[in-house]
Design a protein around this ligand. Structure first.
Ligand code: TXA
Ligand code: MG
Length: 358
């Protein structure tokens, strides 16, 4: 079982020996390991049960420390770093031969990020190698924003969790791919892509799916549909009207208690988990659930009572985790479609895809 503590020395000792350690960043907790050692990287893929075709991103403390590991860095990269680093921005660039192909799943590029967290920077400054760090959750599941979340999913598979308190941003970094002729948005994240476009007067390409690698398609930056999945099904909706429609559909799917199939366990009312953006669920909706025997509605998580997108982003993953523990089904209200709301809705949409690994 992992120890949880705040010793930079213990963390760096494990890292130097080639073992993965969970570290806090401003976005989510990362499962960090020496990015230049294949044995250490394998341990990260194994602990997360992550397929080898999903590349890892590299963390370094400064722009100058990135230079030996990247090649052909365009002017725009330096401009973006100057504006947003340290911070929740990952830039995909051609990688140098110092980084193993295992890290990038065979791609000629790698993602680079300078995290804005004092503990992560202390760790990075204490070692002389870059850290590969995917989010410290089991593959496909909800990302961790506290040390306890990491312990819950990876505690049995890693030696040490460095506790830096809850993450301030709460959503993963925005990923921009600068390795081709046009900048491409690979993942919405902690810095709204619209702000970047407005400030730098650029247009980011937004591919619907996957990118080309030697004539084949490989999944990229959060384009795997079944990411961020809670343990129970999640259905998204935009407004109270849509919510009412969903409930009507659910009630028509309720099993008839008088006509039970022999041998099946007795049915019971499902427990609904309600993820709300700003307001509590309306009273008429509680009545509707009562009438339709749709279980009790004790589990309501409101992301930001004041409607603040930053606060909502910070609370999103913890709220999803809390609801997945007590409920059979989560009904999740989407955030407004702008700024950080785009990243929040992206995570909710992926969480709602059927067939997610559990
Ligand atoms: O905020 C974050 O970015 C967190 C913290 C720990 O830094 N890390 C994180 O890593 O979210 P991960 O592995 O969970 O997500 C990184 C995404 C993956 O979806 C991966 O497919 C994509 O980045 N990625 C990595 N290298 C890439 C590359 N060379 N080209 C395109 N996508 C890449
Ligand atoms: Mg992840």
């Amino acid at each position: 079982m992992a120890s949880v503590g705040n010793s930079i020395e213990q963390a760096t000792n494990w890292l130097r020996e080639g073992y993965p350690v969970a570290i806090p960043t401003e976005t989510v907790y990362g499962l960090a390991a020496n990015a230049c050692r294949e044995d250490a990287l394998i341990r990260v893929f194994e602990a997360k049960k992550r397929p080898l075709f999903d590349p890892l991103i590299v963390h370094l403390p400064t722009v100058s420390s990135i230079l030996p590991y990247a090649k052909d860095i365009p002017r725009l990269a330096f401009d973006l770093w100057e504006r947003y680093s340290p911070g929740p921005l990952t830039l995909v660039l051609p990688k140098s031969e110092k980084l193993p192909d295992l890290l990038s799943s065979g791609l000629p590029t790698a993602g680079f990020r300078i995290p804005d967290h004092p503990v992560a920077l202390q760790v990075l400054n204490a070692i002389d190698f870059p850290l590969a760090a995917p989010s410290a959750n089991l593959f496909g599941r909800v990302s961790p924003t506290t040390a306890a979340h990491v312990l819950d999913q990876l505690g049995d598979h890693i030696p040490y969790i460095l506790d830096g308190g809850p993450c301030n941003v709460g959503l993963e970094s925005t990923i921009i791919d600068l390795s081709g002729p046009e900048p491409i948005l690979r993942r919405e994240g902690g810095i709204p892509s619209q702000s970047i476009e407005e400030e730098f007067k650029i247009t980011l390409e937004r591919p619907v799916h996957a990118f080309r690698l030697h004539d084949g398609f490989v999944p990229s930056a959060g384009t795997l549909d079944n990411h961020y999945a809670p343990k129970v099904p999640l259905i998204c909706y935009h407004n109270n009207e849509e919510l009412t429609n969903i409930v009507s559909r659910l009630s028509s799917m309720q099993p008839d208690p008088n006509n039970r199939t022999v041998g099946k366990p007795p049915t019971r009312e499902p427990t609904l988990g309600m993820l709300r953006f700003q307001s509590d669920i309306p009273d008429y909706f509680r009545d509707l659930c009562d009438e339709n025997k749709l279980g009790d509605l004790r589990n309501v998580e409101i992301l930001s009572p004041s409607g603040d997108l930053k606060e909502a982003a910070r609370n999103l993953f913890a709220a999803m985790r809390s609801l997945e523990e007590g409920c059979d089904l989560i009904l999740a209200e989407q955030a407004p479609e702008h700024g950080l709301g785009l990243a929040i809705n992206d995570r909710l949409r992926r969480a709602s895809v059927k067939g997610a690994p559990h």
